[in-house]
Design a protein around this ligand. Sequence first.
Ligand code: CAA
Length: 258
Amino acid sequence: MTYEYIIAETRQNVGLIQINRPKVLNALSSGVMDELGVAIDSFESESSIGAIVITGNEKSFAAGADISQMKDNTFAEAFMGNFITSNWERVTVCRKPVIAAVAGFALGGGCELAMMCDFIVAGDNAKFGQPEINLGIIPGAGGSQRLTRAVGKSKSMDMCLTGRMMDAEEAERSGLVSRIYPAAELVDKVVEIAQEIAEKSQIAASMVTEVVDRAYESTLTEGVLFERRAFHALFATEDQKEGMAAFVEKRKANWKNR
Ligand code: CAA
């Protein structure tokens, strides 16, 4: 498949998607989001792929939704067209682990796209922000909700009300990102992490993403019950038998994803 706004490639068992509109700092047009959805569909249906990485370039992950494209939108067009919905949320329902590798700007929709991924690894030059207020709007792709859950009310209010950017150190300190690498090494390092995940049982990895996500959607009691049932269910898999046998026999597990 040839894409116009992204580059999609396979590295071992990892699907790597690079947003590729460098002249506009990877602004997220509907063309980008459509292609991102197609690439995720394709990697998700490929059984050898165990994890997906979404990245931009060293200067910008994505500087937000494409302002030129949306500036003349009317309320009726935004509402009736379900703007920022149909083609934006594909990543949130991907059943394979998705990691955002963020160097440079992750602003507005860019920050929101990163937060839709299962986790974020930052380059040391990363800058996160929800600057929509400077355009007379507010975050529209989940930023006010996911940022608040990630960093708490005070920082989220601060970021969304002032539009200021958070650097990589502050983002790691606040729990928004899991690790930081030098920007020049970021993609290779994140592909290594993704490959490490891809080498695990795909059933268990997919279950991890479901149970962790459930923490955002439920009470503690409900969430723990959901986790417990998923844990119980894994005893029905060949991978559980293989994983525990391999541990006891002091050998590497040979996952079948069954
Ligand atoms: N949409 C469209 N084009 C964008 C863009 C965006 N979000 N961000 C940057 N660009 C374009 C600029 O217009 C410019 O194009 P030209 O060369 O044709 O003029 C090019 O990218 C380079 O940008 P700058 O010259 O501005 O680069 P800079 O280094 O001086 O500044 C920046 C970088 C601080 C990121 C600045 O570009 C900026 O503030 N961008 C907008 C960020 C923003 O407001 N994002 C939120 C968008 S709204 C949203 O995302 C809603 C939502 O919740 C989904």
